[in-house]
Design a protein around this ligand. Sequence first.
Ligand code: SAM
Ligand code: SF4
Length: 462
Amino acid sequence: MNESRKLFVKSFGCQMNVYDSRRMADTLAPQGYVETPAADDADLVILNTCHIREKAAEKVYSELGRVRRLKEAAAAEGRRIVIAVAGCVAQAEGEEIIRRAPTVDLVFGPQSYHRLPQLLAGAERGDKPVDTEFPLDDKFDHLAAPSTAAVRARGVSAFVTVQEGCDKFCTFCVVPYTRGAEVSRPVDKILAEVAQLASAGVREITLLGQNVNAYHGDGLNGRPSSLAQLLEHVSAIDGVERLRYTTSHPRDMDGHLIAAHGALPKLMPQLHLPVQSGSDRVLAAMKRRHTCADYLAIVSRLRAARPDLALTSDFIVGFPGETEADFAQTLSLVGEVGFSGAFSFKYSPRPGTPGADLPDQVDEETKSERLHRLQTAIDQSQAEFNRSCLGRTFEVLFEKPGRYTSQLVGRSPYLQPVQVTAPAAMIGEIAAVTITEVASNSLFGTLARAPAREPSLAGAGA
Ligand code: SAM
Ligand code: SF4
């Protein structure tokens, strides 16, 4: 039996990093590692990093300064803290991290998580291992499954990575370099993972991939399966009540997947479909390989399949060469689609990507000013969508306690957080809620009828 040690994992960036952090914790559990919410009493600190924008990457170094002070304080008490840097900054910068921050004991990229126990043994010997290989074997085959207790502690909604990496090479993006080529997991492995989560009480599954709708994993019949086929299989699993998938590329929204939004009742009416810009000139320079009209055509086909579909998106402002006229087209697209929300970013030149070397880089002041105008337009669109929910009744999945006693927070089918007065025993249940108030980005509602007695998470699988 291994002696118990404490693990603190901090995730930066996307949902895939959150999923990876959990799988790292699962892989270290048999070594006696138990997760702690505080870095100062940990024996092992893992920073699971993001390299997508410069700001995200720089955050890691300021966090390392904080962790170094904790390590020194622990050493003064005769205790050792091992510090590991994982994720996309680790992949992109490798040895450079240890040179810049000598306090770091171990550096490993997203494809090496399954080798964590061996890497850790090296770090404990003082070897300072750096592992940024892209191995041929599938890391998912070697990662430990979570215990039922761990699944329950993580809540009723879970992520499952089904696809990783990207072959699209948009000219602004580091993902193809840090996460590698597109790889899809086989359908049978995904179904086994989802079935285990569902039997531990998970009610909502979000299938994850950097380019999730390019999914083409081995199907049950040995032939490649599309994302639409995978969704059909997952939605047949008992206990799974809600399904989502993210992030999709417009180029890979095929007819079968669009039809799935009308055909699969468990597939929630919300889709994150990044467009980045409303200007065809900028889209071409970004190498997105679709036009604004293509995007609008996909949106109208999706809404024909599922009329109440809520759409969210990602935008980049200030890509090299973007003029005021290009930016005006982005604002006009926001008005035309009526997004229920969106993320928007200033273009951040990433070393090694083609965009970083383009002439006509846009100055910071212009980027900030455009970002502000875009965010105002997105906020208006989101507020309008939220207001349209007032008085409506829809099913909410209760996830956790709310801000006040006797209040729970749940998610609407459109992914909005909804605050409802309801008993804690309802966590894990899906109940009809009538929306009575909309304030900033939160919805408030009341139970529309007595909830069906479905098993709560606390009682599930017992
Ligand atoms: N695969 C998704 C797609 O094709 O849209 C996006 C994945 S990326 C992790 C998430 C978002 O980060 C992108 O949609 C984009 O808006 C933003 N992003 C990526 N690279 C960026 C950069 N260099 N500067 C600013 N934003 C960036
Ligand atoms: Fe990056 Fe997405 Fe483009 Fe791939 S498709 S390069 S992940 S933005």
